[in-house]
Design a protein around this ligand. Structure first.
Ligand code: 26Q
Length: 782
C-alpha cells in the first residue's frame, strides 16, 4: 500500500466531511476504513494469489473473536500516527472511533486464540486463512441491572461493516435433508505487521435462494411469503453463547455443517483451479480443526470427494487423514462434544452413512492392531446412540494437540489416553500464545514507546523474545520508576473509562487486582469473592491491619442459561455494595464488576492491571491466554499451577509471582477423600465467609440461588460431589498469597521489579512462537 496516496485520499475525504459538518463517529469510521480498504486491495489480491499457489493451511473455527479492527489495522499498516494527525488537522479525533463496534464473533479464549493466530501468521508471512461463520449477532451485550446480568442482542453491523468484502461469485449451495440454503462468503483482511502480507478470514453468511415468494405475497400471506428467507437466515443468525458443551441443539449442528461444507467446497474449487488434479489436494491443503466444533468436516470432505470427484471411499478417507489436524481445548471429559445419532441421521443422512463407515474402518483397524476390547469401546466413534466427535477427530487426523504442556500431558494420561497408546506419534503440544501487536503495542502505546526506546528499535513487535534484553533494567531505579509511572497513567485512563461507563469511581493509587474471563465455576470467581469477604471480616475484627488499598475488578459474561454463574455475578455485586456502604472498609477495598467485558474493554483492563488473577482449580484450565496478555503488560500472576500459569512462572520466576493452592498431583490424592463440610466445621474463617450465602447478609432477589451455591459447596448435587472445584480447600492458601502480594506491593521498587521481570520474560507467549511451531511441525508450510 502506498502511504502517500492513502494519506492524500484520506485528507481530502476528511476535508469533505468537515465541510459538510459531519461529526458522526460511525461515518468517520466508515470513511477511514473504506479508504484503507481501497488502498490495500492490490496487496490483498496478491497475497490471496500467493496463498493459493503454494501449500497452505486453513483454520476452521466456529469462532473468531476479532474485536475492533480499526486501530489494530492502522497499527499494522504503519499509519497510526499519520492518521491520528490527519484527523486532528481536520478537526476530528481518532479516539472518537472507539464508538465502532467490536466484532464479538466468539465467546472467549478459543475464539480470541483464532484471531491471534491469524494475526501472527499474516505477520510471519505464512499462508494461513481462517474459515468461519458471519453471525448476524455476536456474543450478547451484557448489562448489569440491580446486580444481575441481563442480555441484549449484539447487532455488530448496525452501522455497516467496512472491513468485509462480499464475494457472490464464491457462494455455495448447502444441503440439509429438508432445506437448501446459500452460503455467501464475506472476506476480512488480516493485515500482517508492516503490511507485507494480508491473510484472509472468510466468514459465511446463510441466505435463501429466493428472498421472497411473490405468489404468497399476492395472496396477502405476508409472513409465509418470507418464510424461506427467515429459515435460511436463522442458520447464521446468532453465536451460541455457551463456552462449554451443554447444548446438543439441532441449529448448532446445522451451523457446524453449514460453514464446514461451504469452506470445503471453496477449498476444493480453488485447488482444482490452481493445481488441476484433485489427487494432490492433501499436498496443497492442511486444515486445523479448532476443537471438535468443525469435525463434521471429516465426513463432509469424504462425501465431496466420493460424490463429486470420483474418488473411492478408501482414497477419500486416506486423503482426509492427511488433511486434518485437531486441537483440543478442554480437559473435562463431560465437555467433549457428542451428537445424537438420530439427529445426524435426520438432518444429514449421507453424512451419517459416512460416519458409520468411518466407525467400521476404525473397528477393523483396532482388531488388526489387536487392541483390547475395553479400549476399543472407549475410543468408538458411534456408541450409546451418539457420535463422539473427539474420537472421530483423533482417529481421522494426522496430529492432535493440547494447548499447554500440562494440558497435553493430561490429554495423554486421561482424556485421550487410549488414543495416545495406539497413536503416540500423533500427539503434540502447542502452548497457546497471544499477539503482542494488539496486546502490547496497541493497548499500551506508552509502555511500547519505553520498550522501543530502551531497545533502540521496534524488533520486539515481531520478535517478542527481544524483551529479555531488558532484564538488566530490573535494578535500575530510573527505568522502574518510568515503568511504574506508565502503569499509573494506564490506571488513570482505566479509572476514567470506568467512571464514564459504569459511573463508578476508583482510586488509581490502589492496587488494581483484576480477574477477567468467562464466568465459570471452574475458573473460581467465587473463590476470589470469598477471599475478599475474608479480608473484609479481617479488617472488621482487627485481625488484618495495614492492608494496602486495593481495587478488585471483575469482568465476565455468564452463559445466559448458566444459573450458578449468574448467581455468582449477583453475589460479587452484593459484596461490592456492602463494602461500599461500610466507611471502615471502603477506603481500603473496592469491588467493581464491569459490564459487557469484551475485547476492547480487555485492552484497557490489561494495560492497567497489576495483579492478574488466574485461580482455576489445578487441572481444569486447558491453558488460559488472558494470563499471558496480563503478564506482557507487567502484571504479576496470583494463581494456581494450572494451564499455562505453570509455564509463565517457569519463564518469569516463582519469586516474581504468587502461586498457591493444590497441584494436579495433590488433588488426585485429596479429592477422593475431600470433605468440604468437615473443613468448614473445623475452620471458623471459612465458615464465616460461606455463611454469608445463607445468613441474610446478601439478597439474591428471592431466587434461592445463593443457597443453591451454598449447597453445591457443602452437599454437592446429583451431578457432582460437594465443592468439586475445591474452593474451600484452596481458600486459606489463596488468602495467604493475596496478603503476601498486598504487603509486597508496599515496597514500590521491589514490586516494580517483579512486574518488570514478568514483562521481560513473556517472549515465549507470543502467538508468533505458537504459529511458527504449528507451521513447522504440523502444517509443514512456509
Ligand atoms: C460447544 C457445543 C455447543 C455449544 C457451545 C460449545 C462450545 C463453545 C465454545 C464449547 C467450547 C467453547 C470454547 C471453549 C474455550 O474457549 N476454551 C478455552 O480455549 C482457550 C484457547 O485454547 C484456552 O486458553 C482455555 O483454557 C480454554 O478454556
Amino acid at each position: 500500500m502506498n502511504k502517500q496516496t492513502f494519506l492524500a485520499e484520506l485528507k481530502s475525504n476528511l476535508e469533505e466531511l468537515r465541510k459538510e459538518g459531519v461529526t458522526s463517529p460511525h461515518v468517520l469510521h466508515n470513511v477511514l476504513s473504506e479508504t484503507a480498504m481501497k488502498n490495500l486491495s492490490g496487496l490483498w489480491k496478491d497475497s490471496k494469489k500467493a496463498h493459493l499457489g503454494k501449500r497452505r493451511a486453513c483454520y476452521f473455527s466456529m469462532e473468531f473473536l476479532i474485536g475492533r479492527s480499526i486501530f489494530n489495522n492502522l497499527l499494522c499498516l504503519g499509519i497510526y500516527s499519520d492518521v491520528e494527525k490527519a484527523f486532528a488537522e481536520a478537526g476530528f479525533s481518532l479516539n472518537d472511533l472507539e464508538a465502532a463496534e467490536d466484532a464479538a464473533l466468539g465467546n472467549g479464549g478459543l475464539g480470541r486464540l483464532a484471531a491471534c493466530f491469524l494475526d501472527s501468521a499474516a505477520t510471519l508471512n505464512l499462508p494461513l486463512d481462517g474459515y468461519g461463520i458471519r453471525y448476524k449477532y455476536g456474543l450478547f451485550k451484557q448489562k448489569i441491572e440491580n446486580g444481575f446480568q441481563t442480555e441484549e442482542a449484539d447487532n455488530w453491523t448496525k452501522y455497516g461493516d467496512a472491513w468485509s468484502v462480499r464475494h457472490d461469485e464464491d457462494a455455495v449451495e448447502i444441503n440439509y435433508s429438508d432445506q437448501k440454503v446459500l452460503a455467501v462468503p464475506y472476506d476480512i483482511p488480516i493485515i500482517g505487521y508492516g503490511a507485507k502480507n494480508i491473510g484472509t478470514l472468510r466468514l459465511w453468511q446463510s441466505e435463501a435462494f429466493e428472498d421472497f415468494d411473490f405468489k404468497l405475497f399476492n395472496d396477502q400471506k405476508y409472513l409465509e411469503a418470507s418464510r424461506e428467507k427467515v429459515l435460511a437466515e436463522d442458520i447464521s443468525r446468532v453465536l451460541y453463547p455457551n463456552d462449554d458443551t451443554r447444548e446438543g441443539k439441532k441449529l448448532r449442528l446445522k451451523q457446524q455443517y453449514f460453514f464446514c461444507s461451504a469452506s470445503l467446497n471453496d477449498i476444493i474449487k480453488k485447488h482444482k483451479k490452481n493445481h488441476g488434479d484433485i489427487k494432490t489436494l492433501a499436498d496443497f491443503v492442511t486444515i486445523q480443526l479448532n476443537d471438535t466444533h468443525p469435525v463434521i468436516s471429516i465426513p463432509e470432505i469424504i462425501r465431496l470427494l466420493t460424490q463429486n470427484e470420483g474418488l473411492t471411499f478408501d482414497e477419500a478417507f486416506a486423503m482426509a487423514k492427511k488433511i486434518f489436524n485437531y486441537t483440543n481445548h478442554t480437559i473435562m471429559p463431560e465437555a467433549l462434544e457428542k451428537w445424537d445419532e438420530s439427529l445426524i441421521k435426520e438432518l444429514l443422512p449421507e453424512i451419517y452413512d459416512i460416519i458409520f463407515m468411518i466407525n467400521e474402518e476404525y473397528l477393523a483397524e483396532m482388531y488388526r492392531k489387536d487392541i483390547k476390547k475395553e479400549s476399543i469401546e472407549v475410543m468408538k466413534i458411534i456408541k450409546g446412540g451418539q457420535v463422539h466427535m473427539a474420537n472421530m477427530a483423533t482417529y481421522c487426523s494426522s496430529y492432535v494437540n493440547g494447548v499447554a504442556q500440562i494440558h497435553t500431558e493430561i490429554l495423554k494420561a486421561n482424556t485421550l489416553h487410549d488414543w495416545y497408546t495406539v497413536y503416540p506419534e500423533r500427539f503434540q503440544n502447542k502452548t497457546n500464545g497471544i499477539t503482542q501487536r494488539r496486546w502490547l503495542a496497541l493497548c499500551n502505546r506508552e509502555l511500547s514507546a519505553l520498550i522501543t526506546e530502551l531497545l533502540g528499535n521496534e524488533d520486539w513487535v515481531t520478535n517478542l523474545d527481544e524483551l529479555k534484553k531488558l532484564t538488566g533494567y530490573a535494578d535500575n531505579a530510573d527505568i522502574i520508576n518510568r515503568f511504574l509511572a506508565i502503569k499509573k497513567t494506564k490506571k488513570e485512563q482505566l479509572a476514567k473509562f470506568i467512571l464514564d461507563r459504569e459511573g463508578i469511581k476508583i482510586d488509581p493509587d490502589s492496587i488494581f487486582d483484576i480477574q477477567i474471563k468467562r464466568l465459570h465455576e471452574y475458573k473460581r470467581q467465587l473463590l476470589n469473592a470469598f477471599s475478599i469477604l475474608w479480608l473484609y471480616f479481617g479488617i472488621k475484627d482487627g485481625s488484618i491491619k495495614d492492608l494496602a488499598p486495593v481495587t478488585f475488578i471483575f469482568g465476565a459474561k455468564s452463559a445466559p442459561g448458566y444459573r450458578r454463574a449468574k448467581a455468582i455475578i449477583k453475589f460479587i455485586n452484593e459484596i461490592a455494595a456492602m463494602i461500599e456502604k461500610d466507611d471502615e472498609v471502603n477506603k481500603i477495598i473496592k469491588v467493581v464488576f464491569v459490564s459487557n467485558y469484551n475485547v476492547s474493554y480487555a485492552e484497557k483492563l490489561i494495560a492497567a492491571a497489576e495483579v492478574s488473577e488466574q485461580i482455576s482449580t489445578a487441572g481444569t484450565e486447558a491453558s488460559g491466554t488472558g494470563n499471558m496478555k496480563l503478564m506482557a503488560n507487567g502484571a504479576v500472576t496470583l494463581g494456581t499451577l494450572d494451564g499455562a500459569n505453570i509455564e509463565i512462572v517457569e519463564e518469569a520466576g516463582k519469586e516474581n509471582n504468587y502461586i498457591f493452592g493444590a497441584t494436579v498431583k495433590e488433588l488426585e490424592k485429596i479429592m477422593p477423600e475431600y470433605c468440604s463440610r468437615k473443613l468448614a466445621a473445623d475452620n471458623e474463617k471459612i465458615r464465616r465467609v460461606i455463611e454469608t450465602l445463607v445468613d441474610g447478609t446478601f439478597d439474591d432477589g428471592g431466587s434461592g440461588d445463593f443457597r443453591e451455591l451454598y449447597t453445591s459447596l457443602l452437599d454437592g448435587a446429583s451431578w457432582h460431589e460437594p465443592d468439586n472445584y475445591y474452593l474451600l480447600g484452596d481458600l486459606e492458601s489463596y488468602v495467604e498469597a493475596k496478603l503476601k502480594c498486598n504487603s509486597d506491593y508496599k515496597d514500590k521498587a521491589a514490586f516494580g521489579r517483579k512486574m518488570w521481570l514478568n514483562m521481560c520474560n513473556c517472549g515465549k507467549f507470543s502467538s508468533d512462537r505458537t504459529i511458527a511451531d504449528y507451521a513447522e511441525n504440523i502444517w509443514k508450510i512456509k
